[in-house]
Ligand binder design. Sequence first.
Ligand code: SF4
Length: 118
Amino acid sequence: MLQPHQPLLDAAVPPQRIPARDQAGPWHSEAVCRRDEAGLFFAPSKEPTAARLSREEAAKRVCARCPVMVECREHALLQPEPYGVWGGLTAAERRVVLARRRRREAELQRAVRVAAAG
Ligand code: SF4
């Protein structure tokens, strides 16, 4: 079965960067990007900034019509996937989301400790 981004993973992403696809779940079968022939989802090496921004926006437009965007995004956040566009978010955007989640979790734990201390 084809997996999201498979042609690029096979061709361009070094083996140590290949995500643990077997942990991702059945949503892969509905991924709109199973055949990423345009190479939208991962950056080629030495990609100029303008080209990267344009490619990422095109990838996000694909994600926006994908029926498994939520599942894909959560997978990429939980792994976490360090490269590429997943679930409509770039790697930098996912880092921001993860940082916010960590901050929120820390605040929640602080509030629980304060409440428990009475
Ligand atoms: S949300 Fe985007 S990256 Fe994820 S499976 Fe769909 S098209 Fe692919």
